[in-house]
Design a protein around this ligand. Sequence first.
Ligand SMILES: [Zn+2]
Length: 112
Amino acid sequence: MRKLYASDDRFLLQSVRSELDARNIPYLVKNEFAGGAVGELPWQDTQQEIWVVDEQWFAKATAIVDGLMEPGVSPNSAQEWRCPRCREMNGAAFDYCWQCEEPRTGSHVQNS
Ligand SMILES: [Zn+2]
């Protein structure tokens, strides 16, 4: 199990969880009910943490978080795109198809 993301921003956490849910990525939330204890606990303990249960999902889960945190990209208003290869719908923040890893456009295939 590996820690994916931690925040005290409930909106961001919910966005991440929604994306993980949509992709059927197994995860756990820690400190989900610790919010009432602010002032009693060190600040770290009031953050919620999202942990990816299975290591094999971690890279994709990280890509989700990166996509969501990208400035100016709203997961709700941005345009989704359909993979030309497998017809999977992908969020606008993603440059590669979730299903088959086909690049969003064929023009900039590269390793980073
Ligand atoms: Zn695809």
